[in-house]
Design a protein. Structure first.
Length: 308
């Protein structure tokens, strides 16, 4: 008589759908807890602001790009807490924002894109009416387990000229950081010095006749000060930069509680052929870059404290 087979049968790994469902469940539960905390501090402001933005939802409750108001309210609750009570953001110039399609062009910094989150929160909480900005995300983000689920649901769109064109034709607002990863990876000695701007946003503005609003963001450069960038390690790990951040070395993962100052400039209007040579487009981009750099210089001169 043979002995019974007591080996444990192999367990099949969870499917992508199961992992996605688990992430959504965890996000929903934690989001509801944070909503209760935020409602005690902010009242019903978050739901009221989201209800006022234009929405083109299908029968599944999302728009053509995957935006889900339910998920967005959780994220806005979290960023609103940071905006009001941690970074204590001061936003100015929102009264001059144009209605309809617009390109928001800003400096980029801080090692992680909290500046983008604070900019978007300012437009949702402070603008009248509320403006829901879209941002073009990198294609590699679609391979990240959590963020590939999160980004579309909070309205962020895979970066491509066609997607940007469709959004502007729908009279939506797009946020662009022309410095890209070069800006977010600056070391502390390069703070508030703009790196080269890409040209794509200007060609898009000319093609769609979209006004450009220059924006200066002060504060993010000090949230995670980087004192070195080890390029060989960045290349090894496929990262845009490998920063050396003192607070991370001692186990402090939270950003420093700097005070953000976000200045929205007067809209800029450009005319011309979007297919012009780079040299022609660069002249127009230079105007935007110098406007933002001047706003940064002025804001830094007026700032009396990094934290207060």
């Amino acid at each position: 008589m043979s002995a019974p087979d007591l080996r444990t049968p192999p367990v099949a790994p969870p499917s992508d759908a199961q992992v996605q469902g688990l992430l959504e469940g965890l996000f929903s539960r934690s989001g509801e807890r944070f909503m209760k905390m935020s409602e005690e501090l902010l009242g019903d402001e978050i739901d009221a602001r989201i209800s006022r933005i234009p929405q083109q939802l299908n029968e599944a409750g999302v728009d053509p790009f995957g935006f889900d108001p339910k998920t967005a309210r959780y994220v806005l609750a979290a960023t609103s807490f940071l905006y009001r009570y941690y970074f204590r953001v001061q936003a100015s110039g929102l009264e001059s924002l144009p209605q309809g399609r617009v390109l928001f062009i800003a400096n980029h910094s801080g090692q992680v894109p909290l500046d983008a989150a604070m900019l978007g929160t300012a437009l949702m909480l402070e603008a009248e009416p509320p403006r829901f900005p879209r941002a073009m995300v990198e294609r590699w983000s679609a391979e990240l387990p959590f963020f590939s689920f999160l980004f579309p649901r909070v309205g962020q769109v895979m970066g491509s000229p066609d997607n940007a064109r469709r959004l502007l034709e729908n009279e939506e607002a797009i946020v662009v950081f022309p410095e890209g990863s070069r800006g977010i990876s600056k070391t502390f000695d390069q703070r508030y010095q703009l790196t080269d701007f890409g040209l794509g946003f200007m060609r898009l503005a000319l093609e769609t006749r979209t006004p450009i609003v220059p924006i200066s963001i002060i504060g993010a450069e000090e949230q995670y000060p980087s004192f070195a960038n080890i390029r060989p390690l960045a290349k090894l790990f496929g990262m845009p930069a490998f920063p050396i951040i003192p607070q991370a070395l001692v186990g402090m993962l939270l950003p420093l509680p700097v005070r953000y100052r976000i200045q929205f400039g007067e809209p800029l209007h450009f005319q011309g052929d979007p297919d012009d040579d780079d040299a022609v487009i660069e002249q127009k981009v230079w105007v935007v870059k110098q406007t933002i750099q001047s706003m940064l210089h002025r804001g830094l001169k007026e700032r009396q404290s990094i934290f207060f």
